[in-house]
Write a protein that binds this ligand. Structure first.
Ligand code: SF4
Length: 164
């Protein structure tokens, strides 16, 4: 059976492997964190469009602008921009594997009034094949990966779990 890899897992892979492990093991503390709540608020209020919000297999959860063949992901800050870019690349990859091609992605930063275009190359597809293998390997570990303090730790929903 194909492993269920969600966009959030791809995002966390780039943010912190420990965070990824917690998430894969259904340890979810995000609701208690103000930052994430702000993210959710932004999601609900900042981009009210006529376009469709699509959810596929519980893996893709994104806005789709039909006219432009564009997938949109909303982020509140560019602090972990690379992670957001790969999350959107993964959505494009996931759809491509299911014969939905010719789309491109955009990350919207409403607070910064900016957006970033995301395209998927053949190289990216190969990299995503490897990333998925690595995510599965982290997921299958019995214990979380070794703790390494990062700049983002203080704002992380799992901070108490890692440091207290
Ligand atoms: S607190 Fe730091 S080490 Fe722990 S999960 Fe969050 S980012 Fe990773």
């Amino acid at each position: 059976m194909e492993e269920r890899i969600t966009g959030v897992m791809i995002y966390y892979y780039f943010v912190c492997s420990r965070k990824l492990w917690y998430f894969c093991h259904q340890i979810n503390m995000e609701d208690e964190n103000e930052n994430v709540q702000l993210g959710k608020l932004l999601d609900e209020n900042s981009y009210k469009r006529d376009d469709k919000h699509i959810e596929i297999d519980g893996i893709i959860n994104i806005d789709f602008i039909h006219e432009k063949n564009e997938l949109h992901e909303i982020k509140k800050s560019k602090s972990i921009e690379e992670a957001g870019i790969w999350q959107v690349k993964y959505y494009l990859y996931y759809l491509k594997k299911r014969n939905v091609d010719g789309l491109h992605g955009v990350i919207d930063y409403p607070l910064l009034k900016k957006n970033v275009d995301v395209e998927l190359s053949d190289e990216d597809c190969k990299k995503l094949d490897d990333i998925i293998k690595e995510i599965i390997s982290v997921k299958n570990q019995e214990y979380p990966p070794k703790l390494e303090e990062k700049k983002i730790c203080k704002k992380c929903a799992y901070y108490d779990l890692c440091f207290i």
